[in-house]
Design a protein around this ligand. Sequence first.
Ligand code: PMP
Length: 446
Amino acid sequence: MSTPKELYKKDNQYVWHHMKPYQKNQNAMVVQEADGAWITDIEGNQLLDGMSGLWCVNVGYGRTELADAAAEQLRTLPYYPLSNSHVPAIELADKLNDWLEGDYRIVYANSGSEANETAFKLARQYHKQNGSPHKYKFISRYRSYHGSTLGALAATGQAQRKHLYEPLPPGFVHVHAPEEYRIPNGRTFEEWSLECAQMIEDTILWERPETVAGVIMEPIITGGGILIPHESYLKKVEQICREHNVLLMIDEVICGFGRTGKKFGFQHYNITPDIVTMAKGITSGYLPLSAAAVRQEIYEPFKEEGEDSHFRHVNTFGGNPAACRLALKNLEIMEEEGLCTKSQKNGDKLREELAKLDNHPNVGNIRHKGLLVGLELVEDKDSKKPASSSYLAKIMGECKKNGLIVGKNADTVSGYSNVLTLAPPLNITDEDLTFIVKTLKNAFND
Ligand code: PMP
């Protein structure tokens, strides 16, 4: 077994970390084990993971039932491609239909980005085979994130993540997303949300409806700063999509699997998406797995005869049997332990305790849906000028020093990278919730 010193040296030499600027003479945290909401690094330091890794360990760490389910499947059938089928893929597709409360056909993949790429390809081919061959464009929102691969990145609405990799695939158009904390003058939040929905219709008209294939959005923008729309927004977007034969594609990569207090985030808004993409929480991050769930009607044109009418798409590892078996166990745990309801209750409890920060001069707004929480930090409450990234770094550093990991939203060109984020495991204990609030409060006071 290598010593911590040796591991840091090799890590610095060989591992290219994601999303991290090079820092000379600074070691990354090297995590060795985890249990519940807590992770332990190779030096024995324990930290409460207020972000469930990357918003995904919904049932918490250390669930040996999940490891057992995967191990058993690996012994029986470790792999088979889904050009045919296998039992865990069938059973999981069935279970996902229960969770979606609809009638969907499931295409498996391994990551959120791949699920979204699958959705884009499917949507284009669907329109081609359904009498609208020129529909190829997708509308998404500024501040959204849809993945790291080129198509998903083109859909993403955060320029700073994109400019180094351009040109990205053409055919992606962006519009504003509504947010309650920064409503333009003289409007109510509902009016602003409906105006933002109207921008989608205007964009469809400007682009010409016969060229627009789909609208993709998260129910709540997560990594872009926890932007929760007015409850009327998504319904209006759905109406607009139906009117113009545009597919409504909902990215549930973070919002799905109880994160917002319901099975899927869209279920707060009384809509029926055409395609739902999901990843992360589907296995609580224990193994890679993702899926695009596609409304059965969209499958109809793919039933036609002809060399080109099936979906010409393959994914070697998508829907791996062990990952599907583990996902089934993960969903069973969530059902048995009532984790969607728990997420809602724990989210409300956390928000109540965070009220201790409401009066802090730099805490402009605290918002949440279930255990998806954002604290928007400002220089002062009147101007709402975004707090600087060094201020956020200080708060986050102070929290980490005292054993708490909190996240922050992605940098945006507008300078709004001022939202601290929390997304702990859904079954977090009261004691751990109190620890989060106490540590945050101390960080602000210091
Ligand atoms: N969509 C959303 C909303 C996400 O947050 C992410 C990842 N954070 C993705 C897609 C891409 O998922 P992955 O990193 O698994 O490719």
